[in-house]
Design a protein around this ligand. Structure first.
Ligand code: ADP
Ligand code: GLC
Length: 468
């Protein structure tokens, strides 16, 4: 078994703000059958400490980034979980990233420097009689690890950085270098310096042995100015060391209670009742999403007439941007075919995927995206922007795919309200043709969306990294 330490700022079932948590939570189990023993390092937020009351102290570190820290050993399913219990950094109510004012905690660079440094310490010295050969870092919060490994003189541990979202780069002012435990030699253009500031994500991209992101298309997109958010050059420089591996979903958690899409009828009626939507002849569409600019849901507001004009309906579950929340509430008040639930609700998200005909994901960029995969599994046809992982996972119902009987959803491009409108028209037309619709939904349900194939890709990568 190859020992791998996964370092992440979120992980289901303990703490989640987005898809990263699902991926970090699923990988250890998915990799166990592929010769990889993955253990996870996670900050000791209140939710984590509460859920792991029996986690035992393995080591105590004094003067650790401003206070005393402990590393505790708990469990994540069958796998080992290490918790960085540092109350001065992580014992705070509310969001794990944001303070009560809705802005990033001002010491976020320090908090996650401490996480990355703990990973490097475990890799350097081992813990618990166990020492990883590879550190698998997720996003900027873990990306400084290879810098600390270098500073500690560790040469026999490899590292993989997985980018889930390039929009967050862990930028910090240079005067924090000392408090972050970073040696100034690294503060150069080919190190962790980025336009005069510290960039944790850039550090990871530059120093990790391999860099990956969560779909092949997004890997290509990230090397373009349009998507790279300033890091396209640094990523391109990594050449063949930068790759895309698609996410999967947990097929136990997301298991449809029916064998064929026809089994939806009752669930759909229940969903309509729950959202107070009337019977209708068009498709019932859902959105389950963070409400941010990334997700393109402002475009859907403009494209709504194409859905409603065909007697289609929309039920949206989401939270985030206050203005979008308000606009959706207004849309629901104006149209009887629109219903909105502002909030975060996992049980409801399951009922929506089960009962709906289609799921809409009009993202401007989407590294992988998980909700379209849920849709596929439940025969809830995804209508997606042709970008990132959305482009890689949905087979567009174009004439060729329809003729061959392989379509599983609809892709649209460019990501504009106009193109989304056209896609919604197309969806409604498809829905009016029960035979073709049935074929597409059956195809969707048959498409593999679990971890099997991607776990194999990660395992092969880990093997290659440790060979020789
Ligand atoms: P991202 O990580 O960018 O938010 P993903 O599609 O990868 O996008 O993952 C989002 C995850 O969060 C999915 O599991 C989705 O079901 C869940 N999710 C997002 N918003 C909500 C919500 N309001 N209620 C319940 N689950 C949500
Ligand atoms: C990010 C991306 C999303 C991806 C998730 C898990 O939050 O926005 O596309 O599915 O990470 O990798």
């Amino acid at each position: 078994m190859i020992p791998v330490l996964s370092v992440t700022s979120e992980c289901v079932p303990l703490v989640k703000t987005g898809g990263l948590a699902d991926v970090a939570g699923a990988l250890p189990g998915a990799l166990a059958g592929h010769g990889v023993e993955m253990r996870t390092l996670l900050p000791g937020y209140p939710s984590v400490m509460k859920a792991q009351p029996d986690a035992t102290e393995v080591v105590q570190i004094e003067n650790y980034f401003g206070g005393t820290a402990k590393i505790r050993r708990g469990s994540l399913g069958e796998a080992v979980l290490y918790i960085l219990d540092a109350p001065h950094l992580f014992d705070r109510d509310g969001s794990i990233y944001l303070g009560p004012d809705g802005r990033d905690w001002s010491d976020n660079p320090i908090r996650f420097a401490a996480l990355s440094n703990a990973a490097a310490l475990i890799a350097a010295k081992g813990l618990d009689g166990w020492r990883p050969q590879i550190v698998h870092m997720h996003d900027w919060q873990a990306a400084l690890t290879p810098v600390y490994l270098r500073q500690m003189g560790v040469q026999d541990v490899r590292s993989l950085l997985t980018i889930h979202n390039i929009a967050f780069q862990g930028i910090a002012p240079p005067d924090l270098m000392g408090r972050m435990g970073l040696e100034p030699q690294g503060f150069t253009r080919d190190g962790f310096e980025y336009w005069g500031r510290i960039s944790a994500l850039k550090a990871g991209i530059v120093y990790a042995d391999k860099v990956s992101t969560v779909s092949p298309t997004y890997a290509r997109e990230l090397m373009r100015e349009e998507f790279g958010m300033g890091l396209q050059g640094v990523l391109s420089d990594r050449g063949g060391d930068f790759l895309g591996i698609l996410n999967g979903i947990d097929e136990e958690v997301w298991r449809p209670p029916y064998k064929a899409p026809t089994g939806k009828a009752k669930l759909k009626a229940a969903l309509r009742a729950e959202f107070d939507l009337p019977e209708a002849n068009g498709p019932l569409c859902v959105v389950i999403s963070r409400l941010t600019a990334q997700k393109g849901l402002d475009l859907l507001l403009d494209a709504l007439p194409s859905l409603l004009g065909n007697d289609g309906q929309l039920a949206l579950l989401g939270s985030g941007d206050g203005r979008l929340e308000q606009q959706y509430r207004e849309a629901a008040a104006r149209h009887k075919g629109v219903a909105v639930h502002v909030g975060y609700d996992e049980a409801l998200s399951h009922r929506m995927i089960e009962g709906a005909d289609a799921i809409l994901v009009p993202s401007r960029f989407e590294p992988c995206g998980l909700t379209q995969l849920y849709g596929l599994r439940y025969g809830t046809l995804p209508v997606v922007a042709a970008t990132g992982g959305l482009a890689d996972t949905v087979i567009d119902a174009n004439p060729a795919a329809l003729a061959r009987g392989v379509a599983t959803g609809i892709q649209f491009h460019p990501v504009t309200a106009q193109a989304l409108s056209a896609a919604l028209e197309q969806l409604c037309a498809l829905y009016r043709n029960p035979k073709v619709w049935a074929r597409c939904t059956r195809n969707a349900m048959a498409q593999p969306v679990g971890w099997e194939s991607s776990a194999g890709e990660y395992a092969a990568l880990f093997e290659a990294m440790t060979a020789g």
